[in-house]
Design a protein around this ligand. Sequence first.
Ligand SMILES: C[S@@+](CC[C@H](N)C(=O)[O-])C[C@H]1O[C@@H](n2cnc3c(N)ncnc32)[C@H](O)[C@@H]1O
Length: 224
Amino acid sequence: MSTERQAMVRSWTTNADAWTAVVRDGLIPSRRAGTDAAILAAVRACGPRTVLDVGCGEGWLLRALAADGITVTGTDVSPELVRAAAAAGTPDVHAASYGDLLHAPALARGPFDVVVCNFALLDDDVQTPLAAMRARTAEHGALLVQTVHPWAAHGDGAYRSGWRTETFDSFGRSFAESMPWYYRTMSSWLAEITRANLRLVHIDEPLHPETGRPLSLLLHCTIA
Ligand SMILES: C[S@@+](CC[C@H](N)C(=O)[O-])C[C@H]1O[C@@H](n2cnc3c(N)ncnc32)[C@H](O)[C@@H]1O
């Protein structure tokens, strides 16, 4: 495992309490401005009976979908976040990495009408999670990924995929560790989707209601 990947995974245990607080207290401006609503709308538009959320974190999306009467399952690499999810009443959450899911087909087996991943593809290897998600998506189901928008996040530097660092400084809570994450250009995302043998049905780019800037990239895929 690369040093960056190790540090990224570790940060979700070290920062679990701070992360849970910022999500539940609504302290992430882009989420308030539209990305929570965008992923909820994208899942609901599929009319699913069953949903798997991989990298589910403290479980907010699963609880919102369960309140709609959808049968939900969640997985996350951080046992602390899984505990926080379960303690908040999130049904059927399991501590599992993407590698665990890929190599243990019986875990969160499915198939699910929707398999969703909300801001949780943070590694240079997205083929492992995409293969694990693909294997659990029903034949006529949907695989949804919401991620950082390549244009909005690229900043002033070169437009090039690579590791970056999130300090969480803008969230107004103290995080013990910064988090390495892998920034991808648009062409890199599209190449990864093709490589994973997924069909990209459409792309959404939710916009900030005031600035008109993109808040996220939302990839809607099927397996055939
Ligand atoms: C930015 S948080 C998003 C959490 C949640 N999806 C949400 O919308 O709040 C990223 C999540 O990805 C999870 N994650 C990162 N690497 C992972 C891996 N290799 N396997 C499973 N989960 C992982 C982290 O533990 C963390 O909960």
